[in-house]
Design a protein around this ligand. Structure first.
Ligand code: AMP
Length: 173
């Protein structure tokens, strides 16, 4: 499936969750088995050669893609979650959203120093969420070797806020 075909499976909803936001809804892609499989394969291809030790998925749509990618690579999966969801001892980071502020959390014992980490999420918008996640990973002494998105909104400039050369996105909107 080409990026254009994958792109056609994503539904666009204007003014969600707020007026002025053009929301890219991946649920229409997920419900199509062939498109979901093709999206996972396309997101896995650029990171396979990076030899990651673990995949981090960002709540909640990062879980949908991150967990099957970890399974396909035969490696572990670690969730980064919104504040108050993780039961063990955590570290936290506050970051800016397109609309407001948020806090992300990671279990303190989820990564070990030197581990090679790939971060997975559905859409790269301003890049704030992933930039915050990188700070969490680095606090634990692990290394972000790749970041894989299904789609990217280049107009929001997220890529410029992330490390050079390690970001992949299949579909530009
Ligand atoms: P950001 O931190 O701005 O890169 O936003 C990242 C998170 O917000 C991602 O997990 C996306 O799923 C979600 N997001 C932001 N903007 C959009 C959008 N226009 N359409 C769909 N998801 C979005």
């Amino acid at each position: 499936m080409t990026p254009e075909q994958l792109s056609s499976k994503i539904r666009t909803i204007p003014d969600f969750p707020k007026k002025g936001i053009v929301f890219r809804d991946i649920t229409t892609l997920l419900q199509d088995g062939e498109a979901f499989a093709a999206a996972l394969e396309a997101m896995t291809a650029p990171i396979r050669g990076l030899k990651p030790d673990v995949i981090i998925g960002i709540e909640s749509r990062g879980f949908i893609f991150g967990a099957p990618i970890a399974h396909a690579l035969g490696i572990g999966f670690v969730p980064v979650r919104k504040l108050g969801k993780l039961p063990g001892e955590t570290i936290t980071v506050e970051y800016e959203l397109e609309y407001g502020k948020n806090v992300l959390e990671l279990h303190r014992d989820a990564l070990t120093p030197g581990q090679r980490v790939v971060i997975v999420d559905d859409v790269l918008a301003t890049g704030g969420t992933v930039a915050g996640t990188i700070r969490l990973v680095e606090q634990l002494g692990a290394q972000v070797v790749g970041i894989s998105f299904l789609a990217e909104l280049p107009a929001l400039g997220g890529r410029a806020r992330l490390p050079d050369g390690i970001v992949s996105a299949i579909i530009p909107f």
